[in-house]
Ligand binder design. Structure first.
Ligand code: ATP
Ligand code: MG
Length: 543
């Protein structure tokens, strides 16, 4: 297969896979291994797309496996949310949904095997002492005084650890490797700890739990994963990964390959940081539309296609870099542009009375649903003597570049007529509350009128046929300089919109003409009060 067919899928990884599997590329077996200690975010989406994508590309398999070996922070809520998110992205693990905790017996047997081979020992040093004995990059480690316990004594102590005979933290099981290794990960790492914590799956069956570095390679080997793809911070752990697979004598050895984590500008990523925002109520739950969690992006109105396209575009490499969030937005806009119906909505309404339009008269105008897609058809919009326009689309006196309505400048109403302002009505404080205008019946859209031109076309909504809606407009969580943005949500109530969107359903996407893309918010919206999230504005700053 030609490498340039692979696009941005990470050709260095394809090279390895080709080397390893040769003709048997369809034997590729990957996995996505989330720890259920938080919700998935766009970084996980990158890993999901890559792991499932590789399997799809080579017609192999990809498992979903919960890496649930640390019960302190894990829960069923997260398990459910993760499953929902990956399904929504459109990936299928068929019948291969696994839990690392289902392998606890096998891990235990592997540990016993290591002890019997004199490759693991029970150590009584405290966590603090283990850390001090480990040495540093320029200093070798010190041997634990418990390193030379006999195999029999170790077997006995390990069994007692499992049986709950020792207090939490009083003993560990450690791999016996090399305290002088230049790679600190190889300096007798801890492989089991004692912790009386109820596990979401195994409940109180275990009071000892395996460490990630020990469990993860075994999980991969048990599932016969061929390529274990993880992020760069595990590069230095790879020798240890291989050591465990070899010493536990698995015949089929998975290969670990690392790639760089996705980092995104202007937002907060990383489960730990997101969790903090959720707990401090700085955001409205894990699915807050301002978060780049998968559930947040879904609620905001991003589509799986846009997210997958973004993951494809950023590609996979070993070099860390920060991706500009505008690339993600560009992908969202690109996708919505062709999918969403364009309707007219006025966020800050100003009433306009058309003095020369007969009272009581109504006419049905035909407006296209998506100017870029004829196949999306047209709809009828009612025009009447009283309408709303956007407050910002009128200025009494305006600079030259203002292409909208002024006291001396006509404007076209979308799909309708030219109007001209005759009189500005103000309240006692001088605020504009209404405009009296006249329309030119000759200028109806589609009538072929070519008598004169206007500089701009604006949206409008009939005051005889509209619904009130609210919109929620979001800003980035971080300012350009990386500081927290204190002002990230603007709520506008009493907006008016075409009656057309009255029957909008959750998940429907609209372009509000000249405003951007919107979707119903699943939390705040009800039939009586439609609340829209602004998904994204119209213009891309992405070059
Ligand atoms: P976080 O850094 O947000 O806490 P994590 O790495 O602890 O995430 P896991 O549940 O352990 O989350 O990760 C599941 C998989 O997703 C791992 O293979 C991990 O490497 C990958 N992953 C996590 N964050 C990113 C990211 N930003 N970019 C790409 N892959 C990621
Ligand atoms: Mg983690």
């Amino acid at each position: 297969m030609a490498m340039d067919d692979l696009g941005s899928r990470g050709s260095f990884i394809h090279e390895f896979i080709n080397l390893d599997l040769g003709e048997n590329l369809n034997k590729i077996h990957t996995r996505f291994p989330p720890e259920p200690n938080g919700y998935l975010h766009i970084g996980h989406a990158k890993s999901i797309c890559f792991n499932f994508g590789l399997a799809e590309f080579y017609k192999g398999k990809c498992n979903l496996r919960f890496d649930d070996t640390n019960p302190a922070k894990e829960s069923d809520e997260y398990v459910k949310a993760i499953i929902e998110d990956i399904k929504w992205l459109g990936f299928d693990w068929e019948d291969r949904l696994f839990y690392a905790s289902d392998y606890f017996d096998i891990f235990y047997d592997c540990a016993v095997k290591l002890i019997k081979k004199n490759k693991a020992y029970v150590c009584d040093l405290s966590a603090e002492e283990i850390k001090n004995y480990r040495g540093s990059l320029n200093e070798p480690g010190k041997l634990s005084p418990y390193r030379n316990r006999s195999v029999e004594e170790n077997l006995d102590l390990f069994e007692k650890m499992k049986a709950g005979e020792f207090p939490d933290g009083s003993k560990t099981l450690r791999a016996k490797i090399d305290m002088n290794s230049p790679n600190i990960n190889m300096r007798d790492p801890v492989i089991y700890r004692i912790a009386r914590i109820t596990h979401h799956n195994t409940k109180d069956k275990w009071c000892i739990y395996p460490m990630y570095d020990f469990a993860h390679p075994l999980e991969d080997a048990i599932e016969k994963i061929t390529h274990s793809i993880c992020t760069m911070e595990f590069e230095d752990h790879r020798p240890l990964y291989n050591w465990f697979v070899n010493e536990c004598e698995f015949q089929e050895k998975p290969r670990q390959i690392e790639f760089a984590k996705l980092q995104l500008s202007r937002t907060i990523m990383g489960k730990r940081y997101m969790k903090e925002l959720v707990e401090k109520k700085e955001v409205d739950g894990w699915d807050d539309p301002r978060l780049v969690t998968i559930s947040g992006m879904r609620r905001r109105g991003y589509t799986p296609e846009a997210i997958k396209n973004f993951c494809e575009k950023i590609g996979v490499s070993k070099a860390n870099s920060i991706v500009d969030i505008s690339l993600l937005e560009h992908c969202v806009r690109d996708d919505l542009k062709l999918k969403s119906k364009m309707v007219m909505a006025i966020l800050k309404p100003l009433k306009v009375v058309l003095l020369n339009y007969p009272e009581g008269q109504k006419e049905k105008l035909i407006i296209e649903n998506n100017p870029e897609r004829e196949d999306m058809g047209t709809r009828e919009v009612v025009f009447s003597r009283e309408i709303f326009i956007e407050r910002d689309d009128f200025l009494e006196e305006a600079p030259k570049k203002f292409n909208r309505l002024t006291c001396s400048q006509e404007v076209r109403l979308k799909g309708a007529y030219f109007i001209k302002c005759e009189k500005v009505i103000k309240d006692d404080n001088g605020n504009i509350i209404e405009l009296h205008c006249v329309y030119d019946p000759e200028t109806r859209s589609g009538s072929g009128f070519s008598g004169r031109k206007v500089k701009g076309t604006i949206q409008w909504v009939s005051a005889n046929k509209f619904i009130n809606v609210s919109v929620r407009i979001y800003d980035y969580l971080l300012k350009e300089n990386g500081e927290k943005n204190p002002d990230t949500l603007e709520i506008i109530n009493n907006c008016v919109a075409e009656k057309e969107i009255e029957n909008a359903k959750l998940g429907d996407k609209f372009q509000f003409m000249r405003h951007g893309y919107f979707t119903l918010d699943k939390k705040y919206s009800s039939r009586e009060n439609l609340v829209f999230n602004k998904i994204i504005g119209l213009k891309s700053s992405y070059k």
